[in-house]
Design a protein around this ligand. Structure first.
Ligand code: ADP
Length: 735
């Protein structure tokens, strides 16, 4: 029945549905529910829109029609797992919070369903047969075939042809499994219960009291690295799983921390592999996991920030480990801060959210200090492990000498002496420099030209291992030219400043007997290569590890007793709101790598500003002093957490148009008490891939309706099609 109804024509009972169509519409649209169609909130449907049929989600059903317009009926129901009500409610709220059209937001949440069901009837998984005389390609396939994947996916993940997969199946190393029948093993909360030490047991009792209240309860679990925060929060996870046989638990981790080591630990504790959700999960697995979570079958989910938007049927606990970590902020597409939204999710449903960190974000710490969050502390490292001694080396007084070829060196004598002593004791060294590649800048000695990315205002980084110049912003790369592209001078391009590759070069020259290697996303592009590297360090096949932030957290290297921070000032130069905080957190994490077992550790920080509060607080291991200093400066400016921020980023190919529109938008700023708007200003990255960029920064008092203000302001001016306008609530990047 395709007829159109109006309110007046209807005498018998009718049902009307609001449908959020997966298109950038401001609000859900109204449709009639045909008599013979059983639909409920959360169902997926096809609806007519203009001349097209479009996918949507039913967000409301009512028996009154609110509109005068003729309503069209829903065309059909789609046989996909319905979205549980609480998840749908959260998604719609999050769309509003991030100023995103609901349909656009939901489209992101439903991406896993883009993989058609039919394609994923079966996959391959390893049988566990003892490998005999297998080729390295075949071994690679077995290494990745932990979870079922289609032959094509498996071949791609292992970098082999499908033929290799087929051979392995014939030989009995892989078996074919039906995805549909492959369920999710239930975690056993009592599989292996740990013996907590006194401190940990006390923390656990506090968490238990919070848990027993069964209400919204945000908790900061605050303790130095190695104090056993994970050990403690896993007990709360166990409690949640035990109390309700259908309860689901989500553990959010920074992507970089989602390692085999962490998964192994969860498996040992709960007896099953947790369900993982991160960028490396294959499309067919995504659909299977998405459905399993919507049906409530998958109960223990460990994931990166986007796991927050899975369709949980009965979520009862969220844990956010390393809650201060910047990677919880999504910076592309819809911009959101997963930690903040997770707290909101817990608030909506009235459950507990545990935020664990050794160096909490200023936001979370302030909330704990003001009593808005409970604050559970673990003061001691587990066992005999001690915090390292920390030395500051003033680089003004200890400038590194030049190398034999006249090349600049980067390691000062005090640090070199410590390295020598550590190596002599047969212990290991971590040199930390958060800079990939060989040199962050390449310039021409003849004409002074700086090598930048095409049509982009960002320097090219030299990667000597590959002989290329790489833009870390856009991904552009080129072979390092022999001649300056500007003036044509031959061999005039020089590398300025150090990256990890350059430090490796220096280490090889100065400690020729030591085995040294780099730990960065370039040397460990995937889970396998980083697991292999971690094993080499654990087995002491490496003496000196030169690492970017890839190594700053998460690993326990028992024989690693010296951490050298090559450029402790690096993060302070960014000049954005959280520069000092991030530096403090990163350095505290990095120095925390030293002395994780019985052996005492030491950290040496090279800095040109030893008097800076960040350096002084690190040296004194006085976290509270640093936070107090940082809180004071934020409070004076009424910046987060004392006020709220939002950014508007405009970009366009046509700079004149961008300037005009920037002025227009600035004239339309509503005059609102307690809200200030700064800008438009050229963005620090004022040109990216040929697009010019400008920014506004909005600062609001905590009690203001920031989103309401933004919506009213941005709606009052029509954005030309040639301009891209992006909003960012609580920005972390100011570039
Ligand atoms: P954090 O999360 O605070 O960094 P972890 O929970 O990872 O600390 O603990 C650090 C190390 O100490 C881990 O290897 C962990 O297995 C071990 N550990 C902590 N508490 C205990 C305990 N009660 N019993 C045995 N091992 C423990």
């Amino acid at each position: 029945m395709d007829a159109l109804f109006t309110t007046s024509e209807m005498t018998r009972s009718i049902r009307c549905a609001k449908v959020a169509v997966l298109a950038p519409m401001e609000t859900p649209l109204d449709y009639l529910v045909p008599d013979d169609l059983a639909v409920s909130v959360g169902d997926h449907v096809w609806v007519p829109l203009g001349y097209a049929k479009i996918r949507g989600l039913v967000t409301e059903i009512s028996d009154t029609i609110e509109t005068e317009f003729k309503l069209k009926p829903i065309a059909a129901k789609i046989d996909d797992e319905p979205v549980p009500a609480a998840s749908l409610r959260f998604w719609l709220w999050a769309a509003g919070w991030t100023l995103t059209a609901p349909g656009t937001f939901l489209k992101g949440c439903l991406q896993a369903l883009k993989t058609p069901k039919a394609q994923i009837k079966h996959g391959f998984v390893r049988t566990g047969a003892e490998p005999v005389k297998l080729t390295s390609k075949q071994m690679r396939v077995l290494e990745v075939a932990v979870l079922p994947m289609s032959a094509a996916e498996l071949a791609q993940a292992a970098g082999v042809t499908v033929g290799v997969v087929q051979t392995l199946e014939k030989k009995g190393y892989l078996e074919r499994v039906e995805f549909t029948t492959q369920g999710f093993d239930a975690p056993d909360p009592d599989f292996m219960t740990p013996t907590l030490n006194d401190d940990q047991a006390a923390a656990d009792r506090l968490l238990e009291m919070e848990w027993d209240r069964q209400v919204f309860s945000p908790v900061l679990l605050d303790g130095v690295t190695g104090s056993g925060k994970t050990e403690v929060y896993l007990e709360t996870v166990a409690r949640a799983l035990r109390d309700d046989p259908t309860a689901q638990v989500m553990i959010l981790l920074p992507e970089i921390a989602l390692t085999t080591a962490v998964m192994g630990r969860l498996k040992r504790r709960f007896g099953v592999d947790p369900v993982q959700w991160h960028s490396a999960i294959s499309p067919s697995q995504r659909r299977r996991i998405w459905e399993g979570i919507a049906r409530g079958e998958a109960r223990l989910i460990v994931g990166a920030r986007s796991a927050l938007f899975l369709p949980y049927a009965n979520l009862k606990l969220i844990v956010i480990d390393e809650e201060h970590d910047g990677s919880f902020k999504q910076e592309e597409g819809v911009r959101y801060q997963a930690r903040d939204l997770a707290v909101m999710r817990a608030h909506q449903e009235g459950f507990m959210v545990v935020m664990a960190s050794a160096t909490p974000s200023l936001e979370t710490l302030t909330n704990a200090q003001k009593g808005r969050y409970s604050w559970v502390r673990l003061e001691q490292r587990h066992g005999t492990a001690q915090l390292p001694d920390i030395d500051l080396v003033d680089m003004k007084a200890h400038a590194p000498e030049a190398g034999p070829t006249g090349d600049k060196w980067w390691l000062s004598n005090p640090l070199v002496k410590e390295i020598e002593a550590t190596l002599a004791r047969r212990e290991q060294v971590l040199l930390f420099l958060n800079r990939r590649g060989y040199a962050p800048l390449v310039l021409c000695r003849a004409c002074g030209e700086r090598m930048t990315s095409p049509k982009t205002d960002s320097w090219l980084v030299e990667h000597r291992a590959t002989g290329r110049l790489v833009c870390h912003l856009t991904g552009f790369s080129m072979k390092k030219p022999d001649r300056c592209p500007h003036c044509g001078a031959l061999d005039s391009l020089t590398s300025i400043g150090p990256g990890v590759e350059r430090i490796l070069e220096e280490v090889r020259e100065r400690f020729p007997a030591a085995r040294a290697e780099i730990f960065s996303s370039d040397t460990t592009p995937d889970a396998d290569s980083s697991a292999a590297l971690i094993k080499r360090v654990e087995d002491h096949e490496t003496d000196i590890l030169i690492a970017t932030q890839a190594a700053a957290k998460g690993h326990n290297f028992l024989n690693l007793t010296l951490v050298g921070i090559v450029d402790a000032d690096l993060g302070l130069k960014g000049g954005d709101l959280r520069a000092a905080e991030r530096t403090f957190q990163l350095l505290a994490q990095a120095t925390g790598r030293a002395g994780r077992a019985e052996k005492a550790g030491k950290a040496v920080l090279q800095t040109y500003s030893p008097e800076h509060p960040v350096m002084q607080a690190l040296k004194a291991q006085d976290r509270e002093a640093f936070y107090a200093y940082e809180q004071m400066s934020r409070e004076i400016a009424q910046f987060p957490p004392f006020g709220r921020l939002a950014a508007v980023i405009l970009s366009a190919k046509d700079n004149a148009l961008l300037n005009r529109f920037g002025r227009e938008l600035s004239l339309a700023i509503p005059n609102t008490e307690g809200i200030d708007v700064y800008g438009p200003a050229d963005a620090p990255l004022s040109l990216v891939r040929g697009m010019w960029r400008k920014r506004f920064l909005v600062r609001a008092d905590r009690n203001r309706d920031l989103q309401g203000f933004m919506t009213a302001w941005l709606k009052s001016v029509k954005t030309p099609n040639a301009i891209r306008l992006v909003t960012d609530i609580e920005p972390y990047s100011f570039l």
